[in-house]
Design a protein around this ligand. Structure first.
Ligand SMILES: NC(=O)c1ccc[n+]([C@@H]2O[C@H](COP(=O)([O-])OP(=O)(O)OC[C@H]3O[C@@H](n4cnc5c(N)ncnc54)[C@H](O)[C@@H]3O)[C@@H](O)[C@H]2O)c1
Ligand SMILES: [Zn+2]
Length: 352
């Protein structure tokens, strides 16, 4: 078993082990005692993984109810949040009870938000089942739903009480969804961990437990420094500002991971153009992204990306913070005046 402790406003453990889903009840009972639980999951994950979790809760005599949402981003909605809160209230879930998020980032974000606001905050446990959720969304306490006006526009900071990662659950992911998670994995290496980046060249799947452990260790360090996202935590947005613009320009046909991969390459090309980063590092980044099946080329113009990126919620006043690699393992926050952004994106689209 691999274990990482996050020391944020509350401390919690991330336990990583194959088949841990089958013994989840033991760890949950240790954490909350004989309280009532509400499993939140989506229909796809429900069919695959609710049974072992439920059996393991039953084996510990833990009582539970279950709330199942349709799979997909559209479920991270205000209406599902309210339905879930009503479900908790109708079933008399109390302040000492807890929620369990079993699924990917959609389930985790919705469940975390509900746990953060129900009765002004109750405990929740993350059992992530996608690579993205294991290495990113289940850790760090950001929760959210989407609004009509955009993704993740409403949410609270609410840390989980425990995270249980069972890498065996990744076996049922499609190659595309696994690759999406790889974009976030590679992101951690580029941000501040060159040794990890080099390790990833040996393969992600065959070192999966070590890879998850290193990603969450790196994320935990950043969250511990800046839990509420006022500074250092912005580094985790590497590839995301331009990546979100790509997702929006494609009307979400380009997946999040693919968009982050392309956004990361654009950010790196900008850095190379500004003589901040070497061309060799750019080529290494492109090669690693290609090796896991991610794209690195953008089908959109600088002007199309600019018009979407300049409306980004991370914009503050007349400037926007881009995260640029000054080399693999050395990213920095780079403030750009909005009026210079389009020209910079243009530099990031040029072939070098
Ligand atoms: N809170 C954060 O810090 C944070 C960070 C990054 C991303 N996010 C959010 O995470 C979401 C994306 O997460 P995601 O990529 O996990 O998407 P997701 O939850 O939609 O899961 C992707 C798909 O995989 C299916 N699935 C999940 N586990 C499976 C398994 N083991 N086998 C087969 N199918 C499985 C799901 O049913 C779904 O259809 C976005 O909403 C994003 O905004 C949040
Ligand atoms: Zn992301």
């Amino acid at each position: 078993m691999k274990e990482v402790t996050v020391n944020a406003s509350s401390s919690y453990n991330i336990l990583i082990e194959k088949e841990i889903l089958w013994s989840a009840g033991k760890y949950i009972k240790r954490l909350i005692g004989d309280k009532k639980l509400c499993i939140v999951t989506d229909d796809t994950v429900d069919a695959l993984y609710s049974k072992p979790l439920e059996d393991s809760l039953k084996s510990q005599n833990l009582s539970f109810i279950k709330f199942v949402i349709p799979h997909g981003e559209a479920s991270k909605s205000a209406s599902n949040l309210i339905s879930l809160l009503e479900f908790l209230a109708t079933n008399r879930i109390t302040r000492s009870d807890a929620l369990i998020a079993l699924g990917g980032g959609v389930v985790g974000d919705l469940t975390g938000f509900a746990a953060g606001v129900y009765l002004r905050g109750i405990k929740f446990i993350q059992i992530p089942t996608t690579l993205l959720a294991m290495v990113d969304s289940s850790v760090g306490g950001k929760t959210a739903i989407d609004l009509q006006a955009g993704k993740n526009l409403a949410g609270v900071f609410h840390q989980p009480a425990l995270v249980l990662c069972d890498p065996d659950t990744l076996d049922t992911l499609s190659n595309e969804i696994f690759a999406d998670g790889c974009a976030e994995v590679i992101k951690y290496g580029i941000i501040n961990d060159k040794d990890f980046f080099n390790l990833l060249k040996l393969g992600i799947k065959n070192n999966i437990e070590d890879v998850i452990k290193q990603c969450v260790t790196n994320k935990a360090k950043i969250v511990e420094l800046d839990e509420f996202d006022n500074g250092t935590r912005q580094l985790l947005n590497l590839g995301h500002t331009i990546g979100h613009a790509i997702e929006l320009c494609s009307e979400l046909r380009v997946s999040h991971g693919s968009a982050v991969a392309i956004g990361t390459v654009i950010a790196t090309k900008i850095a190379v153009n500004l003589n901040l980063c070497s061309k060799q590092d750019l080529n290494e980044i492109i090669d690693l992204l290609h090796s896991v099946g991610l794209p690195t080329e953008c089908p959109y113009t600088a002007s199309a990306l600019y018009s979407v990126a300049s409306a980004d919620k991370k914009r503050s006043g007349d400037s926007i913070s881009l995260i640029l690699p000054y080399g693999i393992g050395n990213c920095k926050i780079y403030k750009v005046d909005i009026c210079n952004l389009e020209a910079l994106i243009e530099k990031g689209l040029n072939s070098l």
